[in-house]
Design a protein around this ligand. Structure first.
Ligand code: C5P
Length: 222
């Protein structure tokens, strides 16, 4: 394997139970993070997995994931971007490809992880999995008055894992100023091409109650 996968899961209040953070919300009795890591470790290219957890939860997350996969757990930072940087610091230079994955995309299939990694390996400095936008999208102004209709043919919904050449992600983070939720955005700002590959319906972000219902059904169907 030539791939490291970073999973920033250091958002405030990483705890089980209602109102807890996304990464530890339960799906079929197990935290989303566990479902996500199980699929990451099943991808043959993956050599290393680094999870960023809140400093006080590092031990607990290590215990949680130990039976699932060999995972390096580091303390995260105050912003998501800092958590990604801290996780990246644990990756040795000889690992050429780094993916950043969201634990809330818990059913992401190993094949998607492989296809993102393969596109980086084939020469793209940054790769994102995307799906077409299915709804009509309107731009609205004050008072919820429609200003115009956006051509959805040029729009894509972005998923994770986002893949990078190791040096490209490191440089993007070293030069980053503001906090971003999207690591590929840092690479765009650096003027490098970001390549899209087909995403997967299974890589949906599990955040709303309806998503959990759908995810439970998918879990039993796949
Ligand atoms: O809070 P938000 O929805 O922006 O978090 C997005 C992701 O980034 C979550 O998985 C969260 O755990 C992670 N995060 C992090 N370190 C932080 C803040 C958020 O790893 N300091």
């Amino acid at each position: 394997g030539d791939v490291a996968v970073l999973v920033p899961a250091a958002g405030a209040g990483l705890r089980l139970g209602p109102g807890g953070p996304k990464a530890l919300r339960l799906l079929a009795g197990e935290p989303l993070l566990v479902h996500a890591i199980r699929r990451v470790v099943a991808a043959p290219s993956v050599r290393m997995i680094v999870v960023a957890a809140p400093a006080v939860e590092v031990g607990a997350v290590r215990d949680l994931l130990a039976p699932v996969a060999p995972v390096t757990v580091v303390a995260g930072g105050t912003e998501r971007q800092e958590s990604v940087s801290l996780a990246l610091a644990a990756v040795p230079a000889e690992i050429g490809i780094v993916l950043v994955h969201d634990a809330a995309r818990a059913l992401t299939p190993p094949q998607l992880i492989e296809s993102v990694a393969a596109a980086v390996r084939a020469g793209s400095p940054a790769v994102i999995p995307v799906l077409p936008v299915v709804d009509t999208i309107k731009e609205v102004g004050p008072g919820e008055i429609v200003l115009g209709t956006v051509d959805r043919g040029v729009l894509r919904s972005v998923q994770t894992p986002q893949g990078f050449r190791h040096d490209v992600l490191a440089a993007a983070h070293a030069s980053a100023a503001g906090a971003l939720t999207d690591d590929a955005g840092l690479v765009e700002k650096a003027g490098l091409p970001v390549t899209c590959v087909p995403g997967s319906e299974l890589a949906m972000k599990i955040t709303r109650p309806l998503d959990l219902v759908l995810a439970e059904a998918l879990l039993h169907a796949t």
